[in-house]
Design a protein. Structure first.
Length: 429
């Protein structure tokens, strides 16, 4: 199958799938598929709730479908429409469950659905984060079962890990080198050429699907471990009454020092992927030490911050029960509406347990989504507070005047991100 004959179905239109659909839609006939009918209708109206899409590019790709035969981007929630396509790219979420084990529910549903529309010669490419071996051990059997076709004879697979950085308008899809793989050497080359046609940064073709899967898992596990190290330093230096930021600034004067910053580690990748790697490792009889110890440290930071704020309040003579606290930001990172696996919530929960009345303000987050996911009602206009915690470095907060939010001179200000004037804060990581 030559490139121009490829008709691409993108399964899942979130932070990963939509940018992918737009770029492929400029050069191929593409169907953006999602089971969320509301999401489909919004995209048809050029509305993107994730803020990841370039709306001009979205309009160009969808307009192309109206004017050019065999090109452009269409959207649908109808499975039957997928039957016309021959390359499928799966970008559904792969979270962890309450026991921190991989939750492959959506991935398996997507595989079952695709199995029912697969034809001979079709290719299924997975981009969702998984543990090494998942594509061939978990997804392929479902494709075979529901299609009644034989893997690597009738249909083929590949894996190309997503590297989308939500909220980043500089390092966008086409500017990030793409790792690719395929279930046979011939298919691997085809998949690599497919991505090369849209990724200006180039591609890296790996030797196997497992290698590609493992590369994704360790990218974020490595960052998680490095951040856990500086978070542990923050815990230690707090007991020594040393400012962690000052220490890191001094250490960073050496050319080979890795200048990671302490903070909350949430989101859909860094705080999740290590558990996928650990799950596979444990299934093979090896119980990882470094990876999971790093996770434990990072998962305690919300509780540490909340307790530190309460101690600072007590030190200033503020009565804790009934006091008012404000958390600035609830998304997992700056200038992004993504609230998945936000660790800010752990601060909120801990403060509530202490008896504080806690408001959360975030101009980027959807009040409806925050309410549904975390049972937190966002405030639209903050008032005055006994404690203020800057949790997310949104641009709107960089120029904020915290003095306007103080209830009194005693008000405690804690800066998790280290972006406020040091003279205005009582504590920071």
């Amino acid at each position: 199958m030559i490139l121009r004959e490829k008709k691409i179905g993108i399964i899942g239109l979130g932070y990963v799938g939509l940018p992918l659909a737009i770029e492929f839609g400029k050069k191929y006939q593409v169907l953006g598929f999602d089971t969320n009918q509301l999401r489909i209708e919004e995209l048809k109206q050029l509305k993107d709730r994730t803020n990841e899409a370039n709306l001009d590019d979205l309009k160009y790709a969808t307009d192309l479908a109206k004017t050019e035969v065999g090109l452009g981007l269409n959207f649908s929630a109808s499975v039957d429409e997928l039957r016309e396509y021959n390359v499928f790219i799966v970008t559904v979420p792969t979270p962890i469950d309450q026991f921190k084990s991989p939750d492959l529910t959506l991935l398996k549903k997507a595989s079952k659905m695709l199995g029912k529309v697969l034809k001979k010669g079709d290719i299924v490419i997975y981009e969702s984060t998984v543990y090494p071996g998942c594509t061939e051990e978990d997804c392929v059997p479902m494709l075979e079962k529901h299609s009644e076709l034989k893997f690597n004879i009738d249909f083929f697979c590949g894996y190309s890990p997503e590297r989308i950085n939500p909220g980043d308008k500089t390092n966008t899809l086409t500017k990030i080198k793409k790792v690719t793989s395929g279930s046979t050497p011939k298919i691997a080359k085809q998949i690599d050429e497919l991505y090369q046609s849209i990724i200006t940064a180039g591609t890296h073709l790996t030797s196997s699907i497992k290698v590609a899967e493992a590369s994704k898992a360790i990218e974020n596990a490595q960052r998680d471990v490095n951040i856990s190290f500086v978070n542990e330093l923050a815990l230690i230096f707090d007991k020594m009454d040393i400012d962690t930021q000052d220490v890191l600034e001094a250490a960073a004067t050496k050319w080979n020092f890795l200048n990671y910053k302490p903070g909350l580690v949430g989101g859909h990748c860094i705080s999740v992927d290590p558990y996928y790697l650990a799950h596979k490792s444990e299934s093979l009889g090896y119980y990882p030490q470094v990876i999971l110890s790093g996770r434990r440290v990072n998962d305690t930071m919300g509780m540490f911050i909340a307790n530190k704020v309460v101690k600072l309040m007590i030190g200033k003579g503020i009565t804790i029960k009934g006091a008012k606290a404000l958390i600035l930001g609830v998304t997992f990172k700056e200038n992004c509406p993504d609230i998945r696996n936000s660790k800010v919530v752990s601060i909120y929960d801990e403060l509530i347990h202490f008896g504080l009345n806690v408001d959360v303000f975030d101009p980027h987050a959807s009040p409806k989504e925050v309410s549904q996911e975390y049972a937190i009602t966002l405030v639209s206009a903050p008032s005055n507070y006994d404690a203020i915690i800057l949790a997310v470095a949104h641009d709107e907060f960089l120029a904020i005047n915290v003095n306007h939010l103080r209830k009194s001179q005693k008000t405690v200000v804690f800066d998790i991100k280290g972006i406020l004037d040091r003279k205005e804060v009582d504590g920071r990581l």
